[in-house]
Design a protein around this ligand. Structure first.
Ligand SMILES: Cc1cc2nc3c(=O)[nH]c(=O)nc-3n(C[C@H](O)[C@H](O)[C@H](O)COP(=O)(O)OP(=O)(O)OC[C@H]3O[C@@H](n4cnc5c(N)ncnc54)[C@H](O)[C@@H]3O)c2cc1C
Length: 599
């Protein structure tokens, strides 16, 4: 097992020096907080991660959950982790005081969440899902639902899940079959099946509470007819818990995230599965989007966490592995070179560092916009919400897709050892592969970005994003050393605008399939641009810190940052040129291709 899995120094740099998270404390919601408290929270998170999570990361992969006597047995420490994160207030941290929370900013919570996922992403999923599910009840549930479920969930005694997917309906939730029939007693009888439900059943908690999508009898077709229900595994009745006719038919075998089971659930086999409506009928998808948007940012965080752990593991190996000699050294009796001295190995490490730290900055930026959208009023509120909406698909997808590539590069740094189970790289690679798939595949995120977010409110979100870019570019032009790269970002931003205009024109003149055909490439391009923007923001701080004069570890930190920034602009940003070329082309290969030719 590697010694390090993340850098607290980098996290503090992003939070304080780049994002200035302390600015939030001027708003009433966060007045009780200060910089020292934020740091203390992160230190506590690191301690929990070091003590309870990181040591069992590999063990949870090897000793995967088992099913016996109708019970799903997970790693015994999950019980402690749920209790610990519940009792120490992590699950409820972002909630209002009146619900027992600490009104912790999303930005700080997401920083802590990054630590948890870097330490052990499977373990972190249990309480992350519980938090999201309990927050949904808090936002939209009746007082009765809140009193019955929230306290236990926030305390880590009951697991929360998001139960959307069905065997025939994953991306297309409008097609779900699970039905809800009014039982006449304030509840609905639920019938149907859900698959792939993370932490959907296990023995680490007393009860499982599914936040489940279903259709009330007679509801409109498609997503307009979806309602949200609380469907517990055991329902509270006369002061005790009784079975609620939710059966675990099995759980899927999977390539990664083995420590967290995904359950196949069957509801209502005995016509005795009860669900309680959350909010208004037929508004379920809208409510669920609160959890899904939070979960999309979380997937970005998870991906960065795994990329970070993989980076530090491969860095450690590269620092210790002697192999061969440099081309200019012909003395075969001389000691072998450490592989970290080879340009190609440095390139791989810089790739890992720059996409991970850049992606993390983007995710933190989104979390900050979420906080600002919550506490600001009027035009500011609207601006931050637009930016959050637009950037969420990028903050989910860029880190997720790059995590697959960067953990793969991490394996490459280790050579054959990277492929072997004695080293954790293969596990990071397997664990992160789900990230571009769940919470909306990359293809679905791309259509969300181009088909909805870019077009909404007459392009207001893209305009707001363009203004943020220009502000950073302007600041970059004002610093001599950053001018050439500010120019590159300005050029990429102009091209992005050109592509967007072209696609918007197509959207008006052709059927939607035409402008959406290469939406995934548009998203890829947007992600690169957004991360380049985040790197320029970081570089502005780095230049200032270096100008102040640094030495020792601090100098090393800022020089490392400078190298990763330069790498991003020299190696990653140019990828945007090829993508732009394709996006501006009128050649419709995929759209017009007869699928027969693929068979
Ligand atoms: C480990 C794991 C954990 C999960 N956890 C949960 C959970 O907790 N709760 C839950 O509800 N679900 C969960 N899921 C399910 C997950 O969200 C879905 O697998 C995902 O949304 C994709 O749905 P699908 O598998 O049905 O794929 P499909 O929807 O069948 O997609 C297959 C491919 O077709 C593409 N595609 C689909 N529709 C279109 C379209 N209209 N246009 C263009 N391309 C399209 C997709 O992008 C994808 O590449 C989990 C899945 C896994 C594997």
């Amino acid at each position: 097992m590697a010694k390090e899995y993340m850098s607290m120094r980098n996290l503090r740099f992003l939070l304080h020096d780049v994002m200035n998270v302390e600015q939030l404390t001027k708003y009433e919601r966060f007045t009780d907080h200060n910089k020292e408290m934020f740091d203390l929270m992160l230190d506590t998170a690191k301690q929990i991660a070091d003590t309870h999570m990181f040591p069992i990361y590999e063990e949870m992969d090897e000793k995967k959950p088992t099913m016996g006597d109708g019970v799903v047995h997970v790693h015994p420490n999950i019980k402690d982790i749920m209790r610990e994160t519940g009792e120490s207030g992590w699950i409820v941290a972002q909630e209002d005081y009146e619900h027992g929370g600490q009104q912790m900013p999303h930005t700080v919570y997401n920083a802590a969440n990054f630590i948890f996922h870097a330490a052990n992403t499977s373990a972190a999923s249990y309480f992350g899902l519980t938090m999201g599910a309990a927050e949904l009840i808090s936002s939209f549930g009746s007082k009765e639902l809140q009193e019955t479920y929230m306290t236990k969930m926030f305390a880590g005694q009951w697991q929360g899940t998001m139960a959307l997917t069905e065997p025939h309906a994953g991306s297309s939730l409008g097609d779900i079959y699970t039905s809800a029939t009014d039982a006449g007693d304030g509840s609905y009888r639920i019938k149907g099946q859900k698959i792939f439900i993370s932490a959907g059943d296990h023995d680490g908690v007393e009860n499982i509470v599914h936040l489940m999508l279903a259709k009330i009898d007679g509801a409109p077709a498609g997503s307009k007819g979806i309602s949200l229900f609380v469907v517990p595994k055991k329902r509270p009745e006369n002061g005790t818990l009784v079975s609620n006719d939710v059966t675990t038919a099995g759980f899927e075998g999977k390539m990664g995230m083995k420590g967290c089971p995904v359950a196949h659930l069957v509801m209502g086999d005995n016509n005795d599965c009860h669900g309680w409506l959350v909010g208004e009928p037929n508004n379920g998808l809208k409510y669920m989007f609160q959890m899904m948007n939070g979960a999309r940012i979380s997937v970005g965080v998870m991906s960065c966490g795994l990329s970070s752990a993989a980076y530090y593991a491969s860095l450690e190996y590269a620092n210790e592995r002697p192999q061969g000699r440099t081309h200019s050294n012909r003395d075969l009796t001389s000691p072998m070179e450490l592989i970290i001295n080879y340009a190609d190995v440095k390139r791989m490490l810089l790739f890992q560092k720059s996409v991970m730290e850049g992606g993390l900055a983007l995710v933190m930026q989104c979390a900050l916009y979420a906080d600002l959208a919550k506490v600001c009023e009027g035009a500011d509120k609207e601006k931050y919400q637009l930016l959050l909406d637009l950037l969420t698909p990028m903050a989910k997808t860029y880190p997720a897709e790059m995590s697959v590539q960067s953990t793969s590069q991490g394996m490459q740094v280790l050579g054959g050892a990277g492929f072997c189970s004695d080293f954790p790289l293969q596990q990071y690679y397997r664990d992160t592969r789900i990230n571009p798939i769940y919470e909306g595949t990359t293809g679905i995120q791309a259509m969300d970005l181009l088909g909805r977010k870019v077009t909404m409110k007459m392009g207001a979100a893209v305009i707001a994003f363009g203004a943020e870019l220009q502000e950073t570019i302007k600041a970059g032009f004002a610093v001599e050393a950053l001018k050439p790269r500010a120019e590159k970002l300005a050029a990429a931003a102009t091209k992005f605008q050109e592509v967007t205009m072209k696609l918007m024109t197509l959207a008006q003149s052709e059927k939607p399939e035409v402008f959406l055909a290469d939406a995934t490439l548009y998203l890829e391009n947007a992600g690169i641009l957004a991360v380049a923007w985040q790197w320029l923001k970081q570089a502005l701080v780095v230049e200032q810190k270096l100008a102040e004069g640094q030495s020792g570890e601090e100098l090393k930190f800022y020089k490392g940052k400078q190298a990763a920034f330069e790498y991003f602009f020299e190696y990653e940003l140019p990828k945007s040129i090829g993508l732009t070329k394709r996006l501006l082309s009128d050649y419709r290969l995929t759209l017009d291709l007869d699928p027969e030719y693929l068979n």
